[in-house]
Design a binder for this molecule. Structure first.
Ligand SMILES: O=C(O)[C@H](O)CO
Length: 314
């Protein structure tokens, strides 16, 4: 019997590829860079599964190029915004993602970014690099503390809850959250479900950890910043387009909010001359929230297992 075929659109962990090879013929784009679109369209022809990442556009054209035998699109990510889900559904193609294995990594990273912005760590590190470190000064690069302040979480899923759980022992005064539904996990942390207006007005730290949907796209914009405290800090580790970039630049420049930490941006990657990059009160990291070695390996293995579970075990 001919073996089924899987195309892996990026160089991923060997352990995951080896797992797939036990069951399938596996083709791999053996590079850390994105496979060019023309190459991708050619390589997927006749495959049963595409193992992809968030940088691959899995649209109707790609599904057509693959052909009617395509059964599974398995993405090595939580996010599925790069996949035309409606089109996959229409064609009876199973879409699999990796929601469980990277949440700790993402929550830890979010806390790190929040603390870095709050304590102005990058400014301090840059001052050292630039030779500006003189003798100790009482009022130089003073940041804020987390203790006794209000943490607001937009999107109280695995990552949002994980951030709240990690920051609770820091002594935050209140944890507020908003999501499409009230979470049963809120009670465990005495977190209060509040409306968006209250979340924006009362949060000292506003952590964006929601999915990108029609409801959340552009949700954080000029009107939001108008409501926020001038001392507030915005952290976004979910999806760039939840925040209106031009409005954020303006809010940071004018001091309407105190600072921002962004692991995701719109556009992504940010062009090197983008205004967000040179703002002193903003730290931008290159979408690395899930990049602990352990989480990335588990994401690759989870993606391989999703394919095996779908094609072999059903
Ligand atoms: O969706 C995801 O998993 C992240 O954005 C990439 O790690």
């Amino acid at each position: 019997m001919t073996r089924r075929r899987v195309y892996v659109t990026r160089q991923v962990h060997e352990e995951a590829v080896d797992l797939l090879k036990e069951h399938f013929d596996v083709g791999v784009w053996a590079s850390d860079e994105v496979v060019p679109r023309a190459e991708l369209l050619e390589q997927v022809q006749g495959v049963d599964t595409v193992f992809c990442t968030i940088s691959d556009n899995i649209d109707a054209k790609l599904l057509d190029a693959a052909g009617p035998q395509l059964r599974v699109v398995a993405t090595m990510s939580v996010g599925t915004q790069h996949i035309d889900l409606a089109e996959c559904k229409r064609r009876d193609i199973v879409v699999a993602n990796t929601p469980d294995v990277a949440a700790d990594s993402a929550a830890e990273f979010t806390v790190a970014l929040l603390l870095m912005v709050t304590r102005r760590c990058l400014e301090g590190a840059e001052a050292v690099v630039n030779g500006e470190w003189g003798l100790w000064k009482p009022m130089w690069i003073c940041g804020n503390e987390v203790v006794n302040r209000t943490l607001g979480i937009l999107g109280f899923g695995r990552v949002g809850f994980g951030v709240a759980r990690r920051l609770k022992p820091f002594g935050v005064k209140k944890i507020l959250y908003n999501d499409v539904i009230q979470s049963s996990m809120g009670a465990e942390l005495q977190a209060q479900f509040v409306d968006l207006d209250t979340l924006f007005r009362e949060s000292d730290f506003l952590v964006v950890s929601c999915a990108l949907t029609g409801l959340t796209r552009n949700l954080i914009n000029k009107e939001t910043f108008d409501k926020m405290k001038p001392s507030a800090i915005l952290i976004n580790t979910s999806r760039g387009p939840v925040v209106n970039t031009a409005d954020l630049v303006e809010a940071l420049r004018s001091g309407q909010i105190a600072g921002a930490g962004l692991d995701v941006t719109d556009p992504e990657p940010l062009p090197p001359n983008h205004p967000l990059i040179n703002l002193k009160n903003c730290i931008v990291t290159p979408h690395i929230g899930t990049n602990s070695t352990k989480a990335r390996l588990n994401m690759a293995l989870n993606t391989a297992r999703n394919i095996i579970d779908t094609l072999v075990r059903t």
